[in-house]
Design a protein around this ligand. Structure first.
Ligand code: 3H9
Length: 697
């Protein structure tokens, strides 16, 4: 008898229980166990109906993702679902937690579904580069029709039990916390009323109603924009459409073909890597799971600008009170007005209520006095990048904050140890680097200083979860993980334009790779003055940073979107970059001044120079221990810079391209172009020579 699936009769009901923590995923053992238990139920003459329930926190959350990419072991999930559907005894699925992917498909193979009020259902396969491959694309439309099925299958979003009831996906919703009891009650009714085994595959009403509908074309058109570069959403539409064009068995065959195409696509590999990497980053090497965390009940934020305001919203959104400090009343008023406007816009879109707007605003208390930080548990400084000012602020915090308070800086580049040196408690100082817009971007790059205490590191990682971000703990160096790599890409992009490429050409190569925007559109968004100021500071510090046409833009006051002109032009109220012939002329003039004869630059060269320079820097970051694992770098880039998740992050992408190929190209660039940035990282060289990948580290 399988240990993960058991069969037991209770009165007239044969209860099949799955118990495979943490989420009852459909591993080989679970699939075999489900078939065995079904056989027992069939053979049990006393059982008049069967009930499928799960132990633990959730109903089945899907196929076991860890088995993807390995040879499939029989029985496959479609076989198991079919066996359940074929049963003559009615089978009821009792759903609690989340019935997802293959889990919902199992439930759709059962004859009735009852869900707890708190339960959610969904077919999230598309988020892993797949489509539902155990009949989900053929059975769901028979219950919910074309529109709802397409919505659920192409977005992968979960829906509530009541929504599922309304859509006809479940038959009953119970306001109970006991799925087994709710399922048994439903099963007894089925037995009493002599209800038959109702097979979803035999239902035709919804299929007939939506046959020939233009909704499929509408979805395909919508996806052109929403799912740019992605493979599986389009296959999802094809598979759902097949339910309306083909008899059930043939539809199932079509689903299988399309599923296998997705399974073999590199996008599936990238998205599954991203799924596990997102969960792995919270397990920090050397920081045991049971490291204590400090109790954070209130937060102080210094700076009510775009960054500080966005950070404050994150805490207010989850009910944590914030004290927001500015030096001038005017700046404070302006900052609060922007926060209110952001919340009101969200309310207008129907995502929060007006009452929630007021609740959240009430949690953000403005102040002009550092003394008001005397009792907060965490302070986050979010003023502009200037070491002198930051040190002064931390000196003040050291005086006013209570013992045990965590003192964090939102610096995006500066040395945390130097900031910490302005206090007498460097163990309490840490970096918490939010990404703009801070209330939207999911990454929180937490930076450990040399002396940061373990419980402080554990606390800031815990806070990331509390405010619904993905926290990555990294080491202290100029620009940390994300910006250190970005700066290399930015410098290379500028040089490519110096040499003959156009900014549009560089940006297009990056957007074709899947980035939401290119390097130059991004600097326009961030503000060209930001990069300019950094370059100037580094020049003043004696670094050899050659002049560039970007400096000229900054000097002319073309600062990007905020001045409606940067590398591109922007129409009032629009974020769409428009190429500007004046910038072409400025670049041309710059080349003349510098004596540069422009040359034709291929897209391939742009791709290699922009991306490989980052990979080389990533290898240095790994070698220095600034990032613990390649997957930490991947998550920083996916959630902080919009690196396409379907490529798995830069280091995963590098493994796909081939470490050896990248090493050889980097070496060639070092010989031809020169510069430290092209000096092959010893780690890159070693991996290339040993035939290994970043993922193997
Ligand atoms: C599919 O079903 C294909 C079929 O159509 C066709 C087949 C032929 N497998 O997220 P959490 C692990 S595709 C293996 O932190 P939460 C996860 O790695 C699948 N492991 O918890 C983590 O492990 P660890 C469609 C899985 O409460 C632990 O469980 N299904 C799986 O925040 C806890 O996870 C999906 O895409 C899995 N399927 O969220 C659902 N799922 O502790 C994917 C989770 O070692 N899962 N783990 O780090 C989820 O969306 C969330 O995990 C869930 C729980 C909402 C269930």
């Amino acid at each position: 008898m399988s240990e993960v699936v058991t069969y037991q009769r209770e009165g007239a009901i044969g209860v099949i229980t799955v118990n495979y923590p943490p989420v009852n995923a459909l591993s080989h053992a679970v699939r075999s166990g489900l078939l065995d238990a079904l056989k027992q139920g069939q053979a049990d003459a006393e059982a008049k109906a069967l009930l499928l329930v799960c132990e633990g926190r959730t109903f089945i959350a899907g196929a076991d993702i860890r088995e993807f990419g390995k040879p499939m072991q029989e029985p496959g999930l479609p076989t198991v679902v079919e066996a359940y559907e074929n049963s003559d005894k009615p089978i009821i699925a009792a759903i609690h937690g989340t019935a997802l992917g293959g889990g919902l498909e199992m439930a759709l193979g059962c004859h009735y579904r009852v869900a707890l009020e708190s339960a959610k259902v969904g077919l999230p396969e598309v988020k892993l580069g797949l489509l539902p491959g155990a009949g989900g694309t053929q059975r769901l439309p028979r219950l919910a029709g074309a529109q709802k099925s397409l919505e659920m299958i192409t977005t992968g979003d979960f829906i509530s039990a009541s929504d599922a009831l309304q859509a006809g996906i479940v038959d009953a919703v119970e306001a109970s916390s006991d799925a087994k009891a709710a399922g048994e009650q439903f099963a007894l009714k089925v037995i009493d009323e002599g209800k038959p085994a109702r097979r979803v595959r035999e239902l035709t009403d919804r299929i007939e109603a939506d046959k020939g509908s233009d909704v499929f074309e509408q979805f395909r058109t919508g996806l052109q924009k929403k799912a740019r570069g992605l493979f599986s959403p389009f296959k999802c539409v094809d598979a759902v459409e097949a339910a309306f064009q083909l008899p059930f068995e043939e539809g199932m065959k079509r689903e299988r073909e399309l599923f296998m195409e997705c399974m073999e696509s590199p996008q599936r590999a990238g998205l599954v890597h991203a799924f596990f990497a997102e969960r792995e980053v919270s397990k920090v090497p050397g920081l045991p799971k049971d490291t204590p965390v400090r109790d954070i009940k209130s937060v102080g934020i210094i700076g009510a600008g775009t960054m500080g305001g966005g950070i404050a919203m994150n805490f207010a959104n989850v009910g944590i009170p914030v004290r927001l400090l500015e030096v001038k009343q005017e700046a404070l008023d302006k900052g609060l007005a922007i926060i209110r406007r952001n919340y009101e816009n969200t309310a207008k879109k129907g995502r929060i209520t007006q009452a929630q707007v007021e609740e959240r605003m009430a949690l953000i208390q403005p102040t002009l006095a550092y003394e008001d930080f005397g009792d907060v548990d965490l302070v986050i400084e979010a003023v502009f990048e200037n070491m002198g000012i930051k040190k002064e602020i931390f000196g003040t915090l050291d005086k006013v904050c209570k013992q045990g308070a965590i003192l964090a800086s939102n610096t995006s580049t500066l040395d945390i140890d130097e900031i910490a040196s302005a206090t007498n408690r460097p163990e309490d100082v840490v970096g918490m680097h939010f990404f703009s817009p801070a209330n939207v971007m999911k990454l929180l790059e937490n930076v450990r200083g040399t002396k940061t205490a373990d419980d402080v590191k554990a606390t800031v990682m815990d806070i990331a979860k509390r405010i619904k971000k993905v926290g990555v703990l990294v080491g202290n160096c100029y620009g940390f993980v994300g910006n250190r790599m970005l700066h290399q890409r930015g410098a290379e992009a500028i040089k490519l334009v110096n040499e003959g490429a156009t900014p549009q050409q560089v940006d297009k190569v990056l957007t074709d790779l899947g980035f939401p925007m290119g390097q130059f559109a991004m600097s326009d968004l961030a503000g060209i003055d930001v990069g300019y100021r950094i370059r100037e500071e580094r020049r003043n510090a004696g670094e050899n940073i050659p002049p560039s046409w970007m400096d000229k833009l900054a000097e002319q006051g073309r600062l990007g979107q905020k001045t409606q002109a940067g590398t591109y032009l922007y129409e009032e109220g629009s974020r769409k970059p428009i190429p500007d012939p004046k910038v072409d002329a400025l670049i041309e003039e710059f080349r003349k001044e510098q004596g540069i004869e422009p040359r034709e630059i291929t897209d391939q060269e742009i791709l290699e120079r922009c991306m490989y320079v980052m990979i080389n820097e990533g290898a240095k970051i790994l070698e220095e221990g600034i990032a613990d694992r390649a997957l930490d770098v991947d998550i920083v880039w996916i959630y902080g810079y919009g690196f396409p998740a379907y490529r798995g992050g830069p280091m995963f992408w590098a493994d796909q391209v081939g470490v050896k190929e990248i090493y050889e190209t980097v070496k060639r660039f070092h010989d031809t172009l020169g510069g430290d940035q092209w000096k092959p990282a010893p780690l890159l060289e070693r991996l290339a020579k040993e035939g290994k990948t970043f993922g193997s580290l």
